[in-house]
Design a protein around this ligand. Structure first.
Ligand SMILES: Cc1cc2nc3c(=O)[nH]c(=O)nc-3n(C[C@H](O)[C@H](O)[C@H](O)COP(=O)(O)OP(=O)(O)OC[C@H]3O[C@@H](n4cnc5c(N)ncnc54)[C@H](O)[C@@H]3O)c2cc1C
Length: 317
């Protein structure tokens, strides 16, 4: 059966196509969409190709934020020096999605809008407190700024309304007296081409001089609840505490009270609980390392990596 097709070059053409084509699907990289279509899970009257929409392209660094176009591919995000510098957790997550082919086609917005609880970019976006910029069909088109914490609503569900699309994602670039750092870890059944059994990201801001402490910490976990989640109770507990192994280990133990994993084809709920505590401890340790704070017995930061603290000329450990 013939299906409709449109390849709009800007948002107004996109909304025009959305208002005229019946039972359309938005197609970015197609790496989720075509799998669902192949499984017969998707009624498909028309395809609207987003890849030509100008407003959704590119990665732009501006004063105080990084703006990632909805169509930024995982490969482009992973390779972008500005993302590596200011949003290391997201660059790491993108570099671990699927395979080179998937990373060259799959996009940031596609990963978010597919809304898998295990989506690899979801936890870094949560830890980095990204803002989703969406546009809604209408005259004039309406723009909405959605904190990423409100975006995911359940497996396969987002807060986007009918006729609304993701245009870009804004990540604030934060500073603090002793520096900031972030990290991402994914556990899967293979090293590549595997969906996460559990994944997570952390972001940390350090402060103080003689006795450095945690000014702020953010932790997000995936595949432990119906949506990727933040752990506010653990984050509150961490605020003001010293940067030590014992504190990070206790944070890991406290994380268990915040999660509600299930048994599925990838792992049991018990296994996910067992590894969650260790995962959180390691995420925090690596985020501190990224801020150039070396815990006792930890390996030094790899040569060539410039932390935000160094970039701001702040003395480091
Ligand atoms: C072999 C394989 C391996 C994979 N491995 C991983 C992995 O390791 N980690 C992981 O997280 N994912 C993985 N995936 C899933 C997939 O590749 C990613 O989720 C990818 O980022 C999806 O992006 P896309 O551009 O291909 O989305 P598409 O398939 O084009 O779209 C996905 C959904 O998002 C909607 N959409 C896309 N863009 C927008 C927009 N701008 N506004 C509103 N809606 C939009 C589409 O309509 C569709 O419903 C894998 C997939 C395959 C096939």
């Amino acid at each position: 059966m013939a299906i409709g097709y449109a390849s709009p070059t800007n948002l107004s053409q996109l909304f025009e196509a959305m208002s005229t084509l019946p039972e359309y699907r938005l197609f970015a990289g197609g790496t989720d969409l075509m799998v669902r279509k192949g499984r017969g899970l998707l009624p498909l009257g028309a395809i609207i190709n987003l890849l030509t929409v100008a407003e959704m392209q590119g990665i732009v660094e501006s004063d105080g934020s990084l703006d990632l176009g909805a169509l930024a591919t995982h490969a482009a995000i992973a390779a972008h020096p500005g993302v590596q510098q200011a949003a290391g957790a997201l660059a790491q997550a993108s570099s671990q999605v699927g395979s080179p082919q998937i990373r060259n086609m799959g996009t940031l917005a596609g990963n978010m809008c597919n809304a898998s609880p295990a989506a690899d970019t979801a936890t870094p976006l949560l830890a980095l407190e990204a803002m989703v910029v969406a546009a809604m069909m209408g005259r004039p088109a309406r723009e909405r700024h959605i904190p990423i914490r409100e975006f995911f609503r359940g497996p396969g569900k987002t807060c986007l309304e009918p006729g609304e699309v993701v245009v870009r994602v804004r990540i604030p670039i934060a500073c603090s007296t002793l520096g900031t750092g972030s990290s991402f870890i994914k556990l899967a059944r293979r090293r590549s081409l595997a969906i996460a059994v559990i994944n997570g990201a952390a972001w940390i801001a350090l402060a103080g001089s003689a006795a450095p402490c945690i000014a702020e910490a953010r932790i997000a976990l995936g595949a432990v609840a119906p949506t990727p989640i933040r752990l506010p109770a653990v984050e509150d507990w961490l605020r003001g505490r010293p940067v030590t192994k014992a504190v990070f280990a206790e944070a890991g133990r406290r994380a268990l009270a915040c999660i509600n994993p299930i048994n599925d084809i990838r792992a049991t709920a018990d296994y996910r609980r067992d590894v969650a505590a260790v995962l959180v401890e390691r995420l925090l340790t690596r985020a501190a390392l990224d801020a150039n704070f070396c815990l006792e017995d930890e390996a030094p930061v790899s040569p060539g990596r410039v932390s935000p603290a160094q970039a701001h000329g702040v003395a480091t450990k």
